[in-house]
Design a protein around this ligand. Structure first.
Ligand code: TPP
Length: 675
């Protein structure tokens, strides 16, 4: 079936054309009403959205969270009206009033799609390329859960992940990190469409890009197909069928489209990308479509009925899955209970007792090493905790020993090799987490958090659970030098709203930090860990209570004259400074402060009990001081580093850069003098 080209409207317009044109006109009208937005790409891609939602996706608008639904990700998030119009027509709970309210305060139709805000939106997209990498993560999750839970005759996890990427998505490096990963791991149930319209904001793609996208994806090991005209629904059907037939490779369907399709003065021009067409051009375009309805936001009954009939056929898959699930649950009750528990995001009851306890006999241990011990201790009780590292497993200590690796042949593996693709890892983790049933973790050096920062930001924005294992967390890593020594990273991470940052100071704090990370469901957690060894405090009881509160008194005196605050490796320095001060008659309290965010959430009574009002404070952290000002106040001092590090052994660096007990004691005396 081919949809008649808009340039020559057919008087015998098919209902399919009408159904597609309704999505097009809703996008034009909504962008016009909002006086902002992106009409051209929805106008071009409406036939593809129709093909997916009306003819291919296994989905059920009355059960939008059905666990085995096919997932669809609009990586070109600016084309949000394509998704909103389609969800509306497909019968999701997104009424026309919300379409009319596009981009307005409180609407369900924000400028870019936001997960957990609009029903049917699987992930938040807008920063180009992220959706592609999220889709890879969804496909990883599907493959892993299918390999873990499916049994003969019971493919209870068996769905596809579809995405649409644009020129912008494919120009971004992120999509290629993720595509390379997907090709290597043979994610056969991942089906992407490249919206090949050759237009971006500044004009033709010729201005800056002459890649052969198809060849790039072929080189990554993808199955690459072509659709010469997006209006040719039969050709989309055939491509999807061919994509599904290849179970070993992800598929990219390069689809030729025309931005602003049908608009006499805007089609194929960057003017169609990101501004309203204008009332006159809308009228002209609707005339080209043969659209007979003068009122904006018209949904012809025939179009609505057709959409609903088509989608009703798609939703049958939900009913048959339900039947399959019932017999699976009867045949494999324990697996079924486990699957349900995981999809609810709950831990097994035995998880709480799985966390290790440490003692002085273990001696000084790097926090990355105690983190490795914790991961291994909790692994079997928390099977949904799966992850790995961006090629630094031996440094990040992220491997569950003896457990299999995730490979194309063994998708049940729990150890992941993300390759040297930090940005990809962050975005893939987001997809894994959003899919459900998985708590992903990923490791790299703290300094390379910058390489994944956009994905961390989105994890925080979306409120997804993910755990970052950031090791080598300061100049304490020593000889690798300033390229590898984070300075501003802690402060920068602490500024990301809804990111929990934990920098534990000893092995017990590490265990408690991991406990917080696996139970903190509404956002990501960054664990900031040392390369160098840390002393053991022997304060397990205080730590168990104190770490969840973000800060606690580690060493006290009856009447503290000054409070010394520190995180991670610098807590030891604060303890030594306390001894130096005591020797000169100055009573100091030491507060370990692994998480500013958790401490800030405590009531004023608790905060005042840890940091008494009127008692001056000194902070020490081998990092940029920016994030400490709130806590030290006007009368306090910060011993930190506001410049890059250097290549030398760690003890020398601490001395040269003044992160020492003597400097902290001096700072304390200084604040007392100025009091
Ligand atoms: C990471 C990122 N950089 C820049 C932008 C701003 N931006 C939004 S759309 C766009 C052009 C995208 O072109 P294309 O993918 O071809 O989309 P189309 O013009 O087909 O809608 C740009 C640069 C963005 N959303 N994300």
């Amino acid at each position: 079936m081919s949809v008649a080209p808009a340039a020559a409207p057919s008087p015998s317009r098919t209902v399919t054309r009408l159904a597609i044109d309704t999505v097009r006109t809703l996008a034009m009208d909504a962008v016009q009403a909002a006086e902002s937005g992106h009409p051209g790409t929805p106008m071009a891609l409406a036939p593809l959205a129709y093909a997916l939602y009306a003819r291919h996706l296994r989905h059920d608008p009355s059960a939008p969270h059905w666990v085995d639904r096919d997932r669809f990700i609009l990586s070109v998030g600016h084309a949000s009206m394509l998704l909103y119009g389609t969800l509306h027509m497909a019968g999701y709970d997104l009424p026309l009033s919300e379409i009319r309210n596009f981009r307005q305060w409180g609407s369900k139709t924000p400028g870019h799609p936001e997960v957990h805000h609009t029903v049917g939106v699987e992930t938040t997209t807008g920063p180009l390329g992220q959706g592609v990498a999220n889709a890879v993560g969804f496909a990883v999750a599907e493959a892993h859960l299918a390999a873990t839970f499916n049994r003969d005759g019971f493919a209870i996890v068996d769905h596809y992940t579809y995405f649409i990427a644009g020129d912008g998505c494919l120009m971004e490096g992120l999509s290629h990190e993720a595509a390379s990963y997907a090709g290597h791991f043979g994610l056969g149930k991942l089906i992407g469409f490249f919206d090949d319209n050759r237009i971006t904001i500044d004009g033709s793609t010729d201005l800056s890009c002459s890649d052969d996208a198809a060849k790039r994806f072929e080189a990554y090991g993808w199955h690459v197909l072509h659709v010469a005209d997006v209006n040719d629904i039969a050709s989309i059907d055939a491509a999807i069928t061919a994509a599904k037939a290849d179970t070993k490779r992800p598929t990219m369907i390069v689809t030729r489209t025309h931005i602003g399709f049908g608009s006499p003065n805007r089609q194929d021009s960057s003017k169609a990308h990101g501004e309203p067409l204008g009332k006159d051009e809308i009228a002209l375009t609707k005339a080209v479509y043969g659209w007979d309805y003068p009122e904006p936001f018209t949904v012809p009954d025939e179009a609505r009925v057709h959409w609903r009939e088509q989608v009703a056929q798609r939703a049958v898959s939900h009913a048959s899955w339900q039947t399959l699930w019932t017999s699976y649950a009867a045949a494999h009750p324990e697996l079924a209970a486990e699957f349900e528990r995981r999809m609810r995001g709950e831990l097994r009851p035995e998880a709480a007792a799985a966390f290790p306890t440490f003692d002085a006999k273990s001696g000084a241990v790097a926090s990355r090493a105690s983190s490795g011990v914790v991961i291994n201790a909790i692994a079997s009780a928390i099977p949904q905790l799966i992850g790995g590292s961006a090629d630094l497993a031996g440094s990040n200590l992220t491997v569950v020993k003896g457990a299999p690796f995730f490979t194309a042949q063994h998708a049940a593996g729990r150890n992941f090799e993300f390759g040297i693709r930090e940005h990809g890892m962050g975005a893939i983790m987001n997809g894994m987490s959003l899919h459900g049933g998985i708590i992903p973790y990923g490791g790299t050096f703290l300094v390379f958090a910058d390489y994944m920062r956009p994905s961390i930001r989105l994890a925080a924005l979306m409120g997804v659970q993910a755990v970052y294992v950031f090791t080598h967390d300061s100049i304490g890593l020593g000889e690798d030098g300033p390229t590898h020594q984070p300075v501003e990273h802690l402060a920068a991470l602490r500024c990301i709203p809804n990111l929990l940052v934990l920098r534990p100071a000893d092995a017990d704090e590490v265990a408690e930090s991991w406990r917080i990370a696996v139970t903190h469901k509404l956002g990501p957690t960054a664990l900031v860990l040392t390369r160098q060894k840390l002393a053991y405090f022997g304060k397990a009881t205080e730590i168990r209570v104190g770490v969840p509160r973000g800060a606690y008194v580690l060493a006290d005196v009856a009447q503290p004259a000054v409070v010394l605050m520190a995180t991670g490796s610098e807590v030891e320095i604060a303890l030594s400074a306390r001894d130096l001060l005591a020797a000169t008659g100055v009573a100091a309290r030491v507060v370990s402060m692994p998480s500013f965010e958790l401490f800030a959430q405590q009531d004023a009574g608790y905060r005042d009990s840890v940091l008494p009002r009127g008692v001056p404070r000194v902070a020490v952290e081998a990092a940029h001081p920016a994030s400490w000002y709130r806590w030290v106040g006007d009368t306090g001092a910060i011993v930190g580093i506001d410049h890059f590090g250097a290549s030398a052994p760690a003890p020398e660096l601490y001395k040269r850069f003044g992160i020492t007990a003597e400097k902290v004691a001096d700072a304390a005396r200084g604040v007392l003098l100025n009091k």
